[in-house]
Write a protein that binds this ligand. Structure first.
Ligand code: NAD
Ligand code: DAU
Length: 367
């Protein structure tokens, strides 16, 4: 039986991880620690909190003393660190908060683990740090995919802050013997994703009849992974790997942004054709007025420093036993369905500060 601290468990991947872990390992203790920034939403794990499958603690990973006390009180043996500022565009507007949480926050969490786990033995404890493929920088069209040996070359304040955090985690493993692992994962999609990231943003904008902003030519390539596969990979790392290792996780699907958005448009148009009641629920959407969702696509000014291509060589974790469960076609269809069926979840987000963020974004974004 494990006793987990899941930091950032009210965010997109952290919430999915809590649902995954609670269903697969019902006897384990799960404590979520989350600062509830704009991206944190307790509604994403409300059912788990209600049924006492998860204890929710509203706090910040930077609060080392309080986190140390929590680790001791709950006898935590496994930390999975999802807590982060995660949106590249926001890091361009406000790098400071990324340094605070992603670098200093991760450092505080490492210190808390070092204090609370006075005699860490590799069998009983694990500090797993969730990182990104963006630390490796951008690939040219013919360059081979990122392996765990690829040199770090981050290009945005976000990826630079994640790279710094990865280095600290590695250093705490080597210097203090803290039993750490790191995973560097590609672009996730699925339920509970905050609608600032490309896929949920486009789904919500189609349903609201708003433009689908494509940065530059839209030919940037990402490696899309369903979030449930990410959770499965972290499970394998926690249960079947030894400390001191780094793991790349990817979805083996490399399509450009424009193509992915067009796939979403087709899925939503097809849903409107087969379910006439959708036009009544979403009267402002393009398909409700007989137009294709694609007509909403609008090329806008490119993201500064925009990485052109990511691709992940996930051979190492495949040799550990990892197998992808969800294809891109199935995963996208399920994701569209989830947003159609969970309107209340995203409706409560897309107002107020969210709107003001997009007004600022698009004021600068038109080519
Ligand atoms: P998210 O932005 O949806 O959620 C982040 C969560 O962390 C939120 O609940 C937020 O309230 C919480 N948080 C932020 N600052 C905190 C702090 N100081 N203390 C405690 N909690 C804090 O992010 P996500 O997309 O779920 O990403 C989770 C992790 O996975 C991040 O570390 C991110 O870098 C990494 N990652 C994300 C992706 C992706 O495609 N989304 C891919 C690879 C890696
Ligand atoms: O690669 C893993 C990373 O994936 C994670 O580490 C990050 O936390 C996560 O946010 C994600 O970063 P991206 O920058 O790749 O994700 P985003 O959804 O912001 O953008 C995906 C691609 O789509 C990227 O090339 C930028 C482009 N884009 C994005 C938005 C929001 C657009 O063209 N238009 C948009 O409006």
């Amino acid at each position: 039986m494990k006793r987990l601290l899941v930091t950032g468990g009210a965010g997109f991947i952290g919430a999915n991880f809590c649902h995954y872990w609670s269903a697969k390992y019902p006897a384990d203790r799960i404590v979520v620690l989350d600062a509830l920034t704009y991206a944190g939403n307790p509604a994403s794990i409300a059912s788990l909190i209600e049924h006492e499958r998860v204890r929710f603690v509203h706090d910040d990973i930077i609060e080392c003393e309080r986190v140390t006390a929590l680790l001791r009180e709950e006898r935590i043996d496994t930390i999975v660190n999802f807590a982060a500022e995660s949106h590249v565009d926001r890091s361009i507007e406000d790098p400071q908060s990324f340094l605070r949480t992603n670098v200093m926050g991760t450092h505080s969490l490492l210190e808390a683990a070092r204090s609370a786990w006075s005699r860490p033995s590799s069998e009983s404890y694990r500090f797993h740090h969730v990182s990104t493929d963006e630390v490796y920088g951008s690939l040219g069209p013919d360059e081979s995919a990122f392996t765990e040996q690829t040199a770090y070359a981050p290009n945005s304040p976000y990826s630079a802050s994640k790279a710094a955090a990865d280095h600290l985690v590695r250093a705490y493993g080597r210097t203090y013997g803290l039993p750490c692992t790191i995973s560097n994962c590609s672009n996730n999609y699925g339920p509970y994703q905050f609608p600032e990231k490309l896929l949920p943003l486009c789904i919500v904008n189609i349903l609201e009849g708003r433009a689908l902003p494509i940065y530059g030519d839209g030919l940037q390539v990402r490696d899309w992974l369903h979030v449930s596969d990410h959770c499965g990979a972290i499970d394998l790392i926690l249960t079947a790997s030894v400390p001191g290792e780094t793991w790349n996780i990817g979805g083996s699907s490399n399509d450009c942004n424009l193509k992915i958005v067009e796939m979403l448009c087709e899925l939503i148009d097809a849903a409107f054709t087969s379910e006439p009641e959708l036009a009544k629920r979403f009267p402002r959407s393009a398909p409700a007025s007989g137009r294709s969702s694609r007509s909403l696509i609008q090329h806008v000014r490119d993201r500064p420093g925009h990485d052109r291509r990511y691709a992940v060589d996930a051979g190492k974790i495949a040799r550990l036993g990892f197998k992808l469960q969800t294809s891109l076609a199935t995963g996208l269809a399920e994701t569209v369905r989830w947003y159609l069926e969970n309107e209340a979840w995203w409706r409560s987000i897309v107002s107020g500060e969210y709107r003001r963020w997009y007004e600022r974004q698009y004021a600068r974004a038109t080519p």
